[in-house]
Design a protein around this ligand. Structure first.
Ligand SMILES: [Zn+2]
Length: 158
């Protein structure tokens, strides 16, 4: 005889296997449940924002990958992104120039990206922050910071 706990575990395993074999059906089913039940929606949203808070870097990486995939496959999305980039370049010519000049120096190896954040000392993705602005004399004067510190010191604006 199986215990209650073993029975539940067997059921979970079977469900997981079924989901793996019937991905389309399973996600249609999940979507329907999500749509129909406010309580399920709330629980899933809460779980997902908890996960994001605890996995900021992985979330950022996954989002990058997903955006790239959509950019490659969805022409309307691609056009919207390109338009936003054009608008941004038009509205921020100083910033674009500074970043281009700086990134070029990084690419040719004249400036080396450190592996640790200069504020908190964490590793991971390290970004350059033009902390004195984008005037020509400050083009190469950056602070190297992790994604989290970058967000924080820029007040959540990126
Ligand atoms: Zn940091």
């Amino acid at each position: 005889m199986l215990t209650e706990e073993e029975r539940r575990e067997n059921k979970r395993v079977a469900q997981r296997k079924w989901k793996a074999r019937n991905r389309e059906k399973a996600s249609a089913y999940d979507r329907e449940r999500y749509r129909m039940h406010a309580s399920i929606r709330e629980r899933m949203k809460a779980r997902s924002s908890r996960w994001v808070q605890n996995n900021l870097e992985r979330h950022a990486e996954t989002s990058r990958v997903n955006r790239k995939r959509r950019y490659d496959s969805d022409p309307r999305y691609r056009e919207a992104i390109c338009k936003a980039a054009r608008d941004f370049r038009k509205a921020n010519p100083e910033k674009v120039k500074a970043q281009a000049a700086f990134n070029y120096q990084v690419r040719i190896g004249k400036i080396v990206r450190p592996i640790k954040c200069s504020i908190c000392g964490d590793g991971g993705r390290i970004e350059s922050y033009h902390h004195k602005g984008y005037a020509r004399e400050h083009w190469f004067d950056v602070q190297w910071v992790c994604t989290r510190c970058h967000k924080r010191i820029r007040g959540g604006v990126n």
